[in-house]
Design a protein around this ligand. Sequence first.
Ligand SMILES: [Zn+2]
Length: 421
Amino acid sequence: MLRSLKIFLFASLLSLLGTSCGGDENLADISMPNDSIPEVKVNMAYGLNLDSFIVKEGKIKKNQMLSHILLINHIPWPEIDRLVKKSKDIYDVRKLRSGKNYTVLCKKDSTEKAEYFIYEANAIDYVVFDLRDSMHVTIEQKDVIETRREVAGVITSSLYQTLIDIDCSAGLAMEMSEIYAWSIDFYRIQKGDRFKVIFTEKWVEDTRVGIGAIEACFFEHHKENFYAFPFEQDQVIDFFDENAKSLRKAFLKSPLKFGRISSSFTMRRYHPVQKRWKAHLGTDYAAPTGTPILAVGDGKVIEARYKKFNGNYVKIKHNGTYTTQYLHMSKFASGVRSGKFVRQGDIIGYVGSTGLATGPHVCFRFWKNGKQVNHRTQKLPASIPVKKELLPQFTANMDTLKFQLDEILFEIKAAAKLAQK
Ligand SMILES: [Zn+2]
């Protein structure tokens, strides 16, 4: 398309020069449509001028092999055999899959012999089998164009559906769930949560083939704002919030600001109340009744209730991997109930001795992938902020992107749709 436009412009320029030479009186004609200038359209594909061939396009049928296609296009067996051998180390012809596009380019003469067989392995890669005398096989790529997009969405049912509604690939949900793995549980996002993303999309001709880089992201979850900006340090690209803090959160070392460990995690201990040996799958921190207990990380409260042995306890799911639990509370902090989203360091309850306990303490339990582990021996992800010396660079980038994010408007349609429900 671009190419033919260029040729057309060039032709127009020639005609303009010609007219000028002929005399000034005809200048007015230049802007008039001129039938005598044919628009030269060059039909290019795969780096070849299709106009110089008989073009046969098709899709590989079930059980159809390369040889079938080549035979009917007048390539004799010995040549096919030679081609298959030549192709062996470049592209295994047995990998041709039904449903994939191919093109055969044949000689424009009485033989109609195939000169090229082109197989589209995927949206980007294609294999060119050059069938002429020496025979060549090459894997080539179509031009991938990246376009920048700014989108905003309000979740009315699921993130997936919202992305479809705003004509985005579902792959974007994967990207976002990774960026926010430590802050937002994407299995439990809510109606009314909203997001904005600035990112690039990869296109081959008219087909979207993937997502490029996420340049900036914003997510409003439970009315809390989460910004995310990618930044490279130590050769690693990580996401940071507007204060240059890593989105990858480390847990607090303990759920109490002050307190001493009165009993460690062990597979075997003598239970002071039950008077028998049993595993202790938690760490006890002793502290006076009423001492605030803190959430060790961002997450969602999945249980806040009383049970005979646990007493008053809170359980928090932090992400797909980690869950924590806090037992024997004297009482819950106000507003802490199942479904509540808490931030790291938030007070969730107060030390007590409800349930099976000899004195005031919090029994802290830690799950990794559904299994109780000793949090004090876990190798947990580091949470390193942007380094001081890189802060000016980070801030300059971030300021621009944050401004752009903030300028993006949520679609009124989506808001209205939500209000209806
Ligand atoms: Zn305990």
